[in-house]
Ligand binder design. Structure first.
Ligand SMILES: Cc1ncc(COP(=O)(O)O)c(C=O)c1O
Length: 397
Protein backbone atom coordinates (compact mmCIF):
# COMPACT_ATOMS: atom_id res chain seq x y z
CA UNK A 1 0.00 0.00 0.00
CA UNK A 2 1.32 3.46 -0.90
CA UNK A 3 1.44 6.15 1.78
CA UNK A 4 0.79 8.86 -0.84
CA UNK A 5 -2.16 11.03 0.14
CA UNK A 6 -3.65 10.53 -3.33
CA UNK A 7 -4.06 6.84 -2.43
CA UNK A 8 -5.50 7.56 1.02
CA UNK A 9 -2.26 8.10 2.97
CA UNK A 10 -1.57 11.00 5.34
CA UNK A 11 -0.84 14.27 3.49
CA UNK A 12 2.40 16.14 4.20
CA UNK A 13 0.35 19.30 4.80
CA UNK A 14 -3.10 19.78 6.26
CA UNK A 15 -3.05 23.52 5.58
CA UNK A 16 -2.52 24.00 1.86
CA UNK A 17 0.42 25.87 0.35
CA UNK A 18 -0.05 27.92 -2.80
CA UNK A 19 2.51 28.71 -5.49
CA UNK A 20 2.30 32.49 -5.07
CA UNK A 21 0.97 35.06 -2.62
CA UNK A 22 1.44 38.77 -1.99
CA UNK A 23 3.25 40.00 1.13
CA UNK A 24 1.45 43.08 2.49
CA UNK A 25 2.36 44.72 5.81
CA UNK A 26 1.00 47.66 7.82
CA UNK A 27 3.33 50.15 6.07
CA UNK A 28 1.74 49.15 2.74
CA UNK A 29 -1.74 49.62 4.20
CA UNK A 30 -0.79 53.02 5.66
CA UNK A 31 0.60 54.13 2.27
CA UNK A 32 -2.70 53.29 0.57
CA UNK A 33 -4.81 54.92 3.29
CA UNK A 34 -2.74 58.11 3.01
CA UNK A 35 -3.67 58.35 -0.69
CA UNK A 36 -7.34 57.64 0.01
CA UNK A 37 -7.35 60.62 2.39
CA UNK A 38 -5.54 62.86 -0.11
CA UNK A 39 -6.80 64.98 -3.03
CA UNK A 40 -5.51 62.71 -5.79
CA UNK A 41 -6.65 59.16 -6.44
CA UNK A 42 -5.16 59.24 -9.95
CA UNK A 43 -2.79 61.49 -11.96
CA UNK A 44 -1.36 62.71 -8.64
CA UNK A 45 2.09 62.97 -7.04
CA UNK A 46 2.48 59.25 -6.27
CA UNK A 47 2.86 58.51 -9.99
CA UNK A 48 5.96 60.67 -10.48
CA UNK A 49 7.28 59.54 -7.10
CA UNK A 50 7.08 55.87 -8.17
CA UNK A 51 8.64 56.60 -11.56
CA UNK A 52 11.53 58.32 -9.83
CA UNK A 53 11.94 55.37 -7.43
CA UNK A 54 12.01 52.88 -10.33
CA UNK A 55 14.68 54.96 -12.10
CA UNK A 56 16.70 55.24 -8.88
CA UNK A 57 16.53 51.49 -8.34
CA UNK A 58 17.39 50.37 -11.85
CA UNK A 59 19.50 53.21 -13.18
CA UNK A 60 17.11 53.67 -16.14
CA UNK A 61 16.75 57.28 -17.32
CA UNK A 62 12.97 57.16 -17.73
CA UNK A 63 10.05 55.20 -16.30
CA UNK A 64 6.38 55.37 -17.31
CA UNK A 65 4.07 53.51 -14.93
CA UNK A 66 0.76 52.17 -16.22
CA UNK A 67 -2.25 50.02 -15.40
CA UNK A 68 -0.63 46.58 -15.81
CA UNK A 69 2.19 44.64 -17.45
CA UNK A 70 0.11 43.90 -20.54
CA UNK A 71 -0.50 47.61 -21.10
CA UNK A 72 3.25 48.18 -20.63
CA UNK A 73 4.03 45.64 -23.38
CA UNK A 74 1.42 47.15 -25.72
CA UNK A 75 2.79 50.67 -25.22
CA UNK A 76 6.37 49.45 -25.68
CA UNK A 77 5.48 47.77 -28.99
CA UNK A 78 3.68 50.88 -30.15
CA UNK A 79 6.63 53.08 -29.16
CA UNK A 80 8.93 50.70 -31.04
CA UNK A 81 6.85 51.40 -34.13
CA UNK A 82 5.44 47.88 -34.42
CA UNK A 83 2.53 47.98 -36.87
CA UNK A 84 0.53 46.05 -39.48
CA UNK A 85 2.59 43.56 -41.44
CA UNK A 86 5.51 43.50 -38.98
CA UNK A 87 6.75 40.43 -37.14
CA UNK A 88 7.71 40.32 -33.46
CA UNK A 89 9.81 37.44 -32.14
CA UNK A 90 9.07 36.06 -28.69
CA UNK A 91 9.15 32.85 -26.63
CA UNK A 92 6.26 30.40 -26.35
CA UNK A 93 7.05 29.77 -22.66
CA UNK A 94 5.41 32.92 -21.36
CA UNK A 95 2.09 34.44 -20.47
CA UNK A 96 0.01 35.21 -23.59
CA UNK A 97 0.54 38.97 -23.10
CA UNK A 98 4.15 38.75 -24.39
CA UNK A 99 2.79 37.72 -27.80
CA UNK A 100 -0.59 39.46 -27.72
CA UNK A 101 1.17 42.85 -27.62
CA UNK A 102 2.28 42.23 -31.21
CA UNK A 103 -1.29 41.36 -32.25
CA UNK A 104 -2.62 44.57 -30.64
CA UNK A 105 -0.39 46.48 -33.08
CA UNK A 106 -1.49 44.45 -36.11
CA UNK A 107 1.80 42.51 -36.20
CA UNK A 108 2.45 38.76 -36.23
CA UNK A 109 4.03 37.02 -33.22
CA UNK A 110 6.81 34.65 -34.30
CA UNK A 111 7.88 32.05 -31.75
CA UNK A 112 11.55 31.19 -31.24
CA UNK A 113 12.48 28.11 -29.20
CA UNK A 114 14.02 28.20 -25.73
CA UNK A 115 17.36 27.16 -24.32
CA UNK A 116 16.69 23.75 -22.75
CA UNK A 117 18.80 24.55 -19.66
CA UNK A 118 17.76 28.09 -18.73
CA UNK A 119 14.26 27.95 -20.32
CA UNK A 120 14.79 31.48 -21.70
CA UNK A 121 14.52 32.33 -25.40
CA UNK A 122 17.57 31.07 -27.29
CA UNK A 123 19.46 33.86 -29.12
CA UNK A 124 20.40 31.32 -31.83
CA UNK A 125 16.72 30.55 -32.41
CA UNK A 126 15.93 34.29 -32.48
CA UNK A 127 18.53 34.73 -35.24
CA UNK A 128 16.95 31.91 -37.26
CA UNK A 129 13.52 33.54 -37.11
CA UNK A 130 14.55 37.02 -38.31
CA UNK A 131 13.05 38.05 -41.67
CA UNK A 132 12.75 41.32 -43.55
CA UNK A 133 9.49 41.90 -41.65
CA UNK A 134 10.90 41.54 -38.12
CA UNK A 135 10.56 44.76 -36.15
CA UNK A 136 11.16 43.80 -32.51
CA UNK A 137 12.09 41.03 -30.11
CA UNK A 138 10.10 40.61 -26.89
CA UNK A 139 12.50 38.65 -24.69
CA UNK A 140 11.01 37.36 -21.45
CA UNK A 141 13.10 37.01 -18.28
CA UNK A 142 11.31 33.75 -17.51
CA UNK A 143 11.16 32.93 -13.76
CA UNK A 144 13.17 36.13 -13.12
CA UNK A 145 16.40 35.03 -14.76
CA UNK A 146 17.73 37.64 -17.20
CA UNK A 147 17.78 36.65 -20.85
CA UNK A 148 21.15 36.66 -22.63
CA UNK A 149 20.99 40.41 -22.99
CA UNK A 150 24.40 41.00 -24.49
CA UNK A 151 23.84 38.56 -27.37
CA UNK A 152 20.28 39.70 -27.95
CA UNK A 153 21.35 43.34 -27.95
CA UNK A 154 24.06 42.63 -30.48
CA UNK A 155 21.66 40.66 -32.75
CA UNK A 156 19.03 43.42 -32.52
CA UNK A 157 21.56 46.18 -33.18
CA UNK A 158 22.98 44.37 -36.21
CA UNK A 159 19.51 43.77 -37.67
CA UNK A 160 17.98 47.16 -36.71
CA UNK A 161 15.44 45.59 -34.33
CA UNK A 162 14.06 46.97 -31.07
CA UNK A 163 14.76 44.83 -28.01
CA UNK A 164 11.86 44.86 -25.55
CA UNK A 165 12.66 42.97 -22.37
CA UNK A 166 9.54 41.56 -20.72
CA UNK A 167 10.69 41.84 -17.12
CA UNK A 168 7.30 40.90 -15.62
CA UNK A 169 9.17 38.28 -13.54
CA UNK A 170 12.48 40.00 -13.03
CA UNK A 171 12.31 43.20 -11.00
CA UNK A 172 15.37 43.15 -8.73
CA UNK A 173 17.40 40.91 -11.06
CA UNK A 174 20.82 42.12 -12.20
CA UNK A 175 22.60 41.28 -15.42
CA UNK A 176 26.39 41.73 -15.28
CA UNK A 177 25.87 43.91 -12.19
CA UNK A 178 23.29 46.26 -13.77
CA UNK A 179 19.63 46.10 -12.83
CA UNK A 180 17.16 44.81 -15.38
CA UNK A 181 15.36 47.93 -16.59
CA UNK A 182 18.50 49.84 -17.51
CA UNK A 183 19.77 47.61 -20.33
CA UNK A 184 17.32 46.77 -23.15
CA UNK A 185 15.77 49.43 -25.43
CA UNK A 186 12.66 49.15 -23.27
CA UNK A 187 11.92 46.92 -20.27
CA UNK A 188 8.43 46.22 -18.95
CA UNK A 189 7.41 45.24 -15.43
CA UNK A 190 4.21 43.79 -13.96
CA UNK A 191 2.97 44.37 -10.43
CA UNK A 192 0.35 41.62 -10.36
CA UNK A 193 -0.09 40.10 -6.85
CA UNK A 194 1.94 36.94 -7.58
CA UNK A 195 4.93 39.03 -8.67
CA UNK A 196 7.81 39.99 -6.34
CA UNK A 197 6.22 43.37 -5.58
CA UNK A 198 2.59 44.30 -6.20
CA UNK A 199 0.08 47.09 -6.55
CA UNK A 200 -2.92 44.79 -6.99
CA UNK A 201 -2.41 45.48 -10.68
CA UNK A 202 0.23 47.69 -12.24
CA UNK A 203 2.94 47.93 -14.83
CA UNK A 204 5.82 50.07 -16.02
CA UNK A 205 8.03 50.66 -19.04
CA UNK A 206 11.63 51.69 -18.42
CA UNK A 207 13.94 53.11 -21.06
CA UNK A 208 17.02 55.25 -21.59
CA UNK A 209 15.58 56.76 -24.76
CA UNK A 210 13.90 60.16 -24.58
CA UNK A 211 12.12 59.44 -27.88
CA UNK A 212 10.47 56.29 -26.52
CA UNK A 213 9.72 58.04 -23.23
CA UNK A 214 7.78 60.85 -24.92
CA UNK A 215 5.77 58.37 -26.99
CA UNK A 216 4.99 56.22 -23.94
CA UNK A 217 3.64 59.27 -22.08
CA UNK A 218 1.27 59.94 -24.96
CA UNK A 219 0.11 56.33 -25.39
CA UNK A 220 -0.61 56.01 -21.66
CA UNK A 221 -3.27 58.70 -21.84
CA UNK A 222 -5.22 58.74 -25.13
CA UNK A 223 -2.44 60.41 -27.14
CA UNK A 224 -3.48 63.65 -25.44
CA UNK A 225 -0.98 66.31 -24.40
CA UNK A 226 -0.82 69.76 -22.85
CA UNK A 227 2.90 70.07 -23.66
CA UNK A 228 3.23 73.34 -25.62
CA UNK A 229 6.08 71.85 -27.66
CA UNK A 230 3.81 69.07 -28.93
CA UNK A 231 0.69 71.11 -29.73
CA UNK A 232 -0.03 71.27 -33.45
CA UNK A 233 -2.45 74.19 -33.37
CA UNK A 234 -2.62 77.45 -31.52
CA UNK A 235 -3.71 77.11 -27.90
CA UNK A 236 -7.26 78.34 -27.12
CA UNK A 237 -6.32 79.14 -23.51
CA UNK A 238 -4.91 77.65 -20.34
CA UNK A 239 -7.45 74.76 -20.40
CA UNK A 240 -6.28 73.68 -23.85
CA UNK A 241 -5.07 70.21 -24.76
CA UNK A 242 -4.83 68.25 -27.99
CA UNK A 243 -5.00 64.64 -29.04
CA UNK A 244 -1.98 64.33 -31.33
CA UNK A 245 -1.79 60.52 -31.56
CA UNK A 246 -3.98 57.52 -30.78
CA UNK A 247 -3.36 56.32 -27.24
CA UNK A 248 -5.23 54.37 -24.58
CA UNK A 249 -6.26 54.92 -21.00
CA UNK A 250 -3.50 52.84 -19.43
CA UNK A 251 -3.03 55.11 -16.41
CA UNK A 252 -2.08 53.76 -13.00
CA UNK A 253 -3.96 55.12 -9.98
CA UNK A 254 -2.15 56.84 -7.10
CA UNK A 255 -3.55 54.08 -4.87
CA UNK A 256 -1.61 51.47 -6.86
CA UNK A 257 1.47 53.69 -7.09
CA UNK A 258 1.57 54.21 -3.31
CA UNK A 259 1.32 50.46 -2.67
CA UNK A 260 4.01 49.65 -5.23
CA UNK A 261 6.26 52.40 -3.84
CA UNK A 262 5.91 50.98 -0.35
CA UNK A 263 6.55 47.43 -1.60
CA UNK A 264 9.60 48.64 -3.53
CA UNK A 265 11.29 49.70 -0.29
CA UNK A 266 11.22 46.01 0.70
CA UNK A 267 12.48 44.64 -2.61
CA UNK A 268 15.90 43.71 -1.21
CA UNK A 269 14.32 41.82 1.68
CA UNK A 270 11.89 40.04 -0.68
CA UNK A 271 14.69 39.24 -3.09
CA UNK A 272 16.93 37.83 -0.35
CA UNK A 273 14.16 35.60 0.96
CA UNK A 274 13.27 34.33 -2.51
CA UNK A 275 16.93 33.50 -3.07
CA UNK A 276 17.07 31.57 0.22
CA UNK A 277 14.03 29.48 -0.75
CA UNK A 278 15.43 28.79 -4.23
CA UNK A 279 18.72 27.69 -2.66
CA UNK A 280 16.87 25.28 -0.33
CA UNK A 281 14.96 23.75 -3.27
CA UNK A 282 18.05 23.56 -5.51
CA UNK A 283 20.11 21.82 -2.82
CA UNK A 284 17.41 19.23 -2.14
CA UNK A 285 16.57 18.53 -5.79
CA UNK A 286 20.20 18.32 -6.92
CA UNK A 287 20.25 15.02 -4.98
CA UNK A 288 17.31 13.61 -6.94
CA UNK A 289 18.25 12.29 -10.42
CA UNK A 290 14.53 12.35 -11.31
CA UNK A 291 14.51 16.18 -11.09
CA UNK A 292 16.25 18.59 -13.46
CA UNK A 293 17.32 21.83 -11.77
CA UNK A 294 17.01 24.97 -13.92
CA UNK A 295 20.42 26.31 -14.95
CA UNK A 296 21.44 29.86 -14.27
CA UNK A 297 23.64 31.89 -16.65
CA UNK A 298 26.64 33.40 -14.88
CA UNK A 299 25.66 36.93 -15.90
CA UNK A 300 22.28 36.85 -14.10
CA UNK A 301 21.99 37.58 -10.38
CA UNK A 302 18.40 36.45 -10.24
CA UNK A 303 15.50 37.49 -8.05
CA UNK A 304 13.43 34.41 -8.79
CA UNK A 305 9.69 34.89 -9.29
CA UNK A 306 8.92 31.24 -10.11
CA UNK A 307 10.52 27.96 -9.09
CA UNK A 308 10.15 25.34 -11.82
CA UNK A 309 10.16 21.69 -10.78
CA UNK A 310 11.12 19.80 -13.94
CA UNK A 311 10.58 16.07 -13.95
CA UNK A 312 12.86 13.65 -15.81
CA UNK A 313 9.91 11.59 -16.95
CA UNK A 314 12.09 8.79 -18.37
CA UNK A 315 13.13 8.04 -14.78
CA UNK A 316 9.58 8.04 -13.38
CA UNK A 317 6.54 5.84 -13.94
CA UNK A 318 4.06 8.73 -13.70
CA UNK A 319 3.03 11.60 -15.96
CA UNK A 320 3.38 15.27 -15.02
CA UNK A 321 -0.40 15.32 -14.48
CA UNK A 322 -0.21 12.44 -11.97
CA UNK A 323 2.73 14.08 -10.18
CA UNK A 324 0.91 17.45 -10.10
CA UNK A 325 -2.22 15.86 -8.65
CA UNK A 326 -0.20 13.90 -6.10
CA UNK A 327 1.39 17.20 -4.97
CA UNK A 328 -2.06 18.77 -4.55
CA UNK A 329 -3.19 15.76 -2.49
CA UNK A 330 -0.13 16.28 -0.25
CA UNK A 331 -1.34 19.88 0.31
CA UNK A 332 1.06 21.59 -2.11
CA UNK A 333 -0.86 23.50 -4.77
CA UNK A 334 1.40 24.00 -7.77
CA UNK A 335 0.72 25.70 -11.08
CA UNK A 336 2.11 25.30 -14.59
CA UNK A 337 3.96 28.21 -16.22
CA UNK A 338 3.27 28.11 -19.08
CA UNK A 339 1.15 26.37 -21.68
CA UNK A 340 3.06 27.27 -24.88
CA UNK A 341 1.28 30.37 -26.17
CA UNK A 342 0.61 28.93 -29.61
CA UNK A 343 -1.28 25.94 -28.11
CA UNK A 344 -4.14 28.28 -27.24
CA UNK A 345 -7.17 27.95 -29.55
CA UNK A 346 -6.97 31.62 -30.55
CA UNK A 347 -3.43 31.04 -31.85
CA UNK A 348 -4.26 27.66 -33.39
CA UNK A 349 -7.02 29.33 -35.38
CA UNK A 350 -4.41 31.74 -36.76
CA UNK A 351 -2.50 28.73 -38.11
CA UNK A 352 0.16 28.10 -35.44
CA UNK A 353 0.81 24.37 -35.08
CA UNK A 354 2.31 21.99 -32.54
CA UNK A 355 5.93 21.15 -33.31
CA UNK A 356 7.01 24.79 -33.77
CA UNK A 357 9.32 24.90 -30.74
CA UNK A 358 10.19 21.32 -29.64
CA UNK A 359 12.26 22.28 -26.59
CA UNK A 360 9.50 24.52 -25.24
CA UNK A 361 6.93 21.78 -25.86
CA UNK A 362 9.06 19.19 -24.03
CA UNK A 363 9.53 21.54 -21.09
CA UNK A 364 5.78 22.06 -20.90
CA UNK A 365 5.21 18.29 -20.58
CA UNK A 366 7.63 18.04 -17.65
CA UNK A 367 7.17 21.16 -15.55
CA UNK A 368 5.25 22.60 -12.63
CA UNK A 369 5.78 25.67 -10.44
CA UNK A 370 6.37 25.09 -6.73
CA UNK A 371 5.37 27.56 -4.00
CA UNK A 372 7.72 30.54 -3.97
CA UNK A 373 6.87 33.71 -2.08
CA UNK A 374 8.02 35.67 0.94
CA UNK A 375 5.28 34.36 3.21
CA UNK A 376 6.78 30.84 3.18
CA UNK A 377 8.49 29.72 6.37
CA UNK A 378 11.42 27.30 6.29
CA UNK A 379 9.09 24.57 7.53
CA UNK A 380 6.78 25.21 4.56
CA UNK A 381 9.71 24.86 2.17
CA UNK A 382 10.77 21.65 3.94
CA UNK A 383 7.22 20.35 3.54
CA UNK A 384 7.28 21.02 -0.21
CA UNK A 385 10.63 19.21 -0.49
CA UNK A 386 9.26 16.33 1.59
CA UNK A 387 6.21 16.05 -0.70
CA UNK A 388 8.44 16.01 -3.82
CA UNK A 389 10.70 13.32 -2.31
CA UNK A 390 7.73 11.23 -1.23
CA UNK A 391 6.18 11.30 -4.70
CA UNK A 392 9.50 10.71 -6.48
CA UNK A 393 10.17 7.70 -4.21
CA UNK A 394 6.80 6.27 -5.08
CA UNK A 395 7.05 6.69 -8.85
CA UNK A 396 10.80 6.02 -9.24
CA UNK A 397 11.49 3.48 -12.03
C1 LIG B 1 5.88 37.13 -18.59
C2 LIG B 1 4.68 37.99 -18.41
N1 LIG B 1 4.49 39.02 -19.25
C3 LIG B 1 3.44 39.83 -19.11
C4 LIG B 1 2.52 39.66 -18.11
C5 LIG B 1 1.34 40.57 -18.03
O1 LIG B 1 1.32 41.30 -16.85
P1 LIG B 1 -0.06 41.80 -16.21
O2 LIG B 1 -0.75 40.63 -15.61
O3 LIG B 1 0.39 42.79 -15.17
O4 LIG B 1 -0.84 42.43 -17.28
C6 LIG B 1 2.68 38.62 -17.20
C7 LIG B 1 1.71 38.43 -16.12
O5 LIG B 1 1.45 37.41 -15.62
C8 LIG B 1 3.79 37.76 -17.36
O6 LIG B 1 4.00 36.74 -16.51
Amino acid sequence: MSDLAIFGGTPVRKEKLYYGHQCIDSADIDAVVEVLKSDYLTCGPKITELEQKLCALTGAKYAVVCSNGTAALHMACQAAGVSTGDEVITTPITFAASANCALYCGAKPVFADIDENTYNISPDCVEEKITGKTKAVVAVDFTGQAVELERLQSICKKQGLVLIEDGAHSIGTKYKGAYVGSIADMTTFSFHPVKTITGGEGGAVLTNSETYYKKLLLYRSHGITRDAKLLEKESHGSWYYEQVDLGMNYRMTDIQAALIGSQLSKLQKFSDRRKEIVAMYNKAFAELPEIFVQKEILESDTTRHLYILRLQLDKLTCSRKEFFEAMAAEGVCCNVHYIPVYYHPYYEKMGYKKGLCPKAEKLYEEMMSLPLHCGLKNQDVEDVIHAVRKIVNHYRK
